[in-house]
Design a protein around this ligand. Sequence first.
Ligand SMILES: Cc1ncc(COP(=O)(O)O)c(C=O)c1O
Length: 398
Amino acid sequence: MSLFDKFEQIAAARQPFVERGIRSNVVMEKVISSTEAIINGRPVILAGTNNYLGLTFDPDCIEAASIAVRQQGTGTTGSRMANGSYSDHVQLEQELAEFFGCQYGMVFSTGYIANLAMLSALTGPGDILLIDADSHASIYDGCRLSGAEIIRFRHNDPENLAKRLQRLGERASNTLIVVEGIYSMLGDRAPLAEIAEVKEKYGAHLLVDEAHSLGVLGQKGRGLAEEAGVEEKVDFIVGTFSKSLGAIGGFCVSNHPAMDMIPLAARPYIFTASSSPSIIASTREALKVLKARPELRSKLWDNAHRLYDKLQGLGFQLGPEPSPVVAVRVANIDQVIAAWKGLLEQGVYVNMVTPPATPDGGCLLRCSVSAGHSPEQIEQISKAFASQGAVTQSMEVA
Ligand SMILES: Cc1ncc(COP(=O)(O)O)c(C=O)c1O
């Protein structure tokens, strides 16, 4: 037995990829715009980012970041608890709180850290985290850090959730339910109105991770809770700056007075350096753009529907509903690698997702659509899928 035995299993899982010439992560040799890059020396359309509003190259965001780096330096070199709270961090927290109509807002260094911080600060030994079975890794890791009892309910199944809460009896009041707005792998939404109703009935608490739904859903772009009309019933909303806001960072907004204690209780907030000034500045600008330009959201949805309809028309098996995450189901690892490489050769980059990262043990070619895509780019993406002819025929999942 050795310390490193565990890596043998990982190496074995990597082997099919190595045998097919995929040795490491894809390297973006040059990023040209929000939707184009150079990979393997060739121009490609980026159809596998989370750049939903296409803001990574927004001139106002770039300008705000440039000013901040010149005026405030490259990094804060400290935790929010110590020297890392600049007035811009606090202003962004206030702006987020205001945008969501909440009393409290907190900014974290990443979306991953936001989940770790909130879950581990809100719950501990003796409490219960009742999470959707298809939750993101950051939610699972937050659960582990908390020391709370972890119970999973069936994906997007409010009846199953209710059954579990009923079994918990009085412990329901010590329970935090965690769901996502849009699920990152298949692009499906949580049935949030029903989930919120169940939560109210049993007196539990509810946290919604709007990582993929901020700027995407809701009339004002606040996410699924807004779209479903249940913001009042959601206790905590978590989100990220790394998707529709085009930067990096995470946040939580809430009206719950417990928020006052989170900066003192959340180790992932206390024991890591705060976001650099340029990131905070571009995020503040991106939030302004999100609010001021709802047409970006309309364009995103036009593109999402167009790609979903085209790929469905070509006979691909997709996620359950149209969404900016368009997930193409592929039967096995051989086929997913062949199709992914074929797409790249055709000048289209998508995400290849294989077990255990997929919800039901299948493989996915996960496209994410951006408001930055032109109709021609959407056409090229679907043509590249169509040209995977032989593979297309065999992509039917049993
Ligand atoms: C649902 C969900 N929550 C949290 C995160 C983590 O966000 P970040 O990458 O900004 O750390 C992700 C990232 O993909 C996500 O999909």
